[in-house]
Design a protein around this ligand. Structure first.
Ligand SMILES: Cc1cc2nc3c(=O)[nH]c(=O)nc-3n(C[C@H](O)[C@H](O)[C@H](O)COP(=O)(O)O)c2cc1C
Length: 150
């Protein structure tokens, strides 16, 4: 397998970043290479270079995407993601009414642009526990299995 995999995340206090890194670990353990980028260091055009795209964001405001994700989110509309596999993830807080809504917003955008979303979005409450970090690794492995080992 030599599929190219990209993880893009937004993280204010580090939780979603930690989730991203562990999903990346799972993808690598499943045999693929992965590039992990902060939302602030990527241009939307780069998505064209990858076969697999995972987008991660914490939920902000009242069930919103983080502000730093908004430009990228709107610029994504110039892309056709048909033929690519994808998934979304993020840290959130179940004490809020719109729990992890950002994960759903990203999933909906990926579907709208034609990507094949192979897994339900992964929502982790606040700081991931050791068990949840294992779950993130498992999510990465399952993503590869569902995407490339069918
Ligand atoms: C002002 C504010 C608004 C938030 N709104 C929501 C929300 O609507 N839904 C939710 O699930 N979490 C919400 N959160 C919780 C964050 O998503 C949560 O703290 C998350 O762990 C932050 O992830 P990060 O470490 O990757 O930045 C909010 C947090 C803050 C500070």
């Amino acid at each position: 397998m030599n599929a190219a995999c990209l993880i893009v995340y937004a993280s204010m206090t580090g939780n979603t970043e930690e989730i991203a890194c562990h999903i990346g670990k799972g993808i690598e353990e499943a045999g693929l290479t992965v590039v992990i980028k902060d939302i602030l260091e990527i241009d939307v055009e780069e998505l064209r270079n990858y076969d697999a795209i995972l987008l991660g964001a914490y939920t902000w405001g009242d069930g919103d995407l983080p502000d730093e994700f908004l430009d990228f989110y709107h610029e994504m509309d110039s892309l056709d993601l048909t033929g690519k596999v994808a998934a979304a993830f993020g840290s959130c807080d179940s004490s809020y009414e719109h729990w992890g809504r950002a994960v759903e917003i990203l999933t909906e955008k990926l579907v709208e642009l034609g990507a094949d979303v192979v897994l339900d979005g992964l929502k982790i409450d606040l700081v991931p526990t050791t068990a949840e970090l294992e779950q993130c690794i498992g999510f990465g492995k399952l993503f590869v299995e569902k995407s490339f080992l069918k």
